[in-house]
Design a protein around this ligand. Structure first.
Ligand SMILES: C[S@@+](CC[C@H](N)C(=O)[O-])C[C@H]1O[C@@H](n2cnc3c(N)ncnc32)[C@H](O)[C@@H]1O
Length: 331
């Protein structure tokens, strides 16, 4: 049986934001989120009436709206681990409520949830952060604002970024900055953090920016704190863990003709998506890669929406019977 928004019953208990929280956030100027590669996502997902879809990363719901509006007769289950985003998007998408169920959970846990009794037409994953999280959540995702150094997408679980900086051994900090952020000065930064925390604990984004400044020169192309912040966020949220497993699980459940569309913003994520898709298309004729090269944003979108500049979109299809195996990007 399929339940509507928020009535799943088997999700972890959420701390629902109060009405005041939602209203305050809704009036925040940064609450709007420009969806990246929206038309390309809908084209490649190719939603069909009579099928259900999953938006793994609801955010503020712009992609979800585009999918549901493109194909009447579809149903969609949307995941987000951020309770604020679920509340904001559920309110913003209330006109689509009969065809939409929202779940406050990690999409990699999707198998714990009831799904509609329709064939599975596909899923969209738009990884990373929404502009609301970066600019309006107050959780320290951006080095441009002095905020508590939290960085958790799901504020109910796991250590905060400040706790990692204050408690992890130097070797683990080195691994985070080197492997997850490819930070040039990873060794010096880890040492500076360990030295600094002996005197005073890390509490805010400004504390981390100071530590970065103490070891890094001026960045030529971007602020020297960009990569350390990204690495720490990936570590706090375990963003790379289980992505390949999820893609294989979802692909195995696809109905013939079903599709998986992924937008990533980071080379390590993109590598996992590329390798998993290649492996699936190599081991069985049931799968076809639709994007020989990743789809990227055009000049116009890159100018309008700087977030789109690092986006790479890849898509995989479960072949429908009798379908050829030619790759779209090769035509
Ligand atoms: C780039 S935003 C998505 C924006 C969305 N496509 C839109 O149109 O507004 C990414 C969202 O995915 C969520 N997210 C990231 N990783 C997740 C995961 N493993 N499970 C559930 N949600 C996740 C984040 O909390 C964030 O709200």
């Amino acid at each position: 049986m399929f339940h509507g928004a928020g009535a799943g019953g088997n999700e972890r208990p959420a701390d629902p934001p109060t009405l005041w929280d939602i209203k305050a956030s809704m009036t925040h100027p940064s609450v709007s989120h420009q969806p990246v590669l929206r038309e390309e996502c809908v084209h490649l997902l190719c939603p069909r009436p009579g099928y259900y879809y999953i938006d793994c990363t609801l955010g503020l719901g712009s992609h979800t709206r585009a999918i549901l509006e493109a194909a009447p007769g579809t149903t969609l289950v949307a995941f987000d681990r951020d309770a604020d985003s679920i509340a904001l998007a559920t309110a913003a998408l209330s006109d689509l409520a009969p065809r939409l169920a929202t779940r406050c959970a990690d999409f990699k846990e999707w198998r714990r949830f009831d799904m509609p009794s329709m064939p599975f037409g596909g899923c969209l994953i738009d990884l990373g952060l929404s502009s609301y999280q970066l600019e309006g959540s107050g959780r320290g995702f951006s080095f441009l604002r002095d905020e508590p150094l939290d960085m958790r997408m799901d504020a109910r679980t796991g250590p905060t970024a400040a706790e990692l900086l204050n408690e992890e051994p130097r070797e683990e900090l080195e691994r985070i900055f080197r492997d997850l952020g490819e930070v040039r000065f990873w060794r010096r930064l880890a040492r500076a953090i360990v030295d600094r925390r002996r005197a005073r604990t890390f509490r805010t984004t400004a504390d981390l920016v100071d530590a970065v400044r103490s070891v890094a020169g001026r960045g030529r192309t971007h602020h020297p704190a960009t990569l350390p912040f990204m690495a720490l966020r990936i570590a706090v949220n375990g963003e790379l863990e289980g992505l390949g497993v999820f893609l294989r699980e979802a692909a195995s459940e696809l109905a013939p003709g079903g599709r998986i569309v992924v937008i990533s913003y980071h080379s390590l994520e993109d590598r996992i998506v590329k390798q998993t898709f290649r492996e699936m298309a190599r081991v069985t004729v049931d799968y076809q890669i639709l994007t020989k090269k990743p789809v990227v944003a055009g000049e116009d979108e890159r100018r309008r929406n700087p977030r789109s500049r690092s986006a790479k979109l890849r898509a995989l299809a479960r072949t429908a019977e009798g379908e050829g195996r030619e790759e779209e990007g090769a035509r």
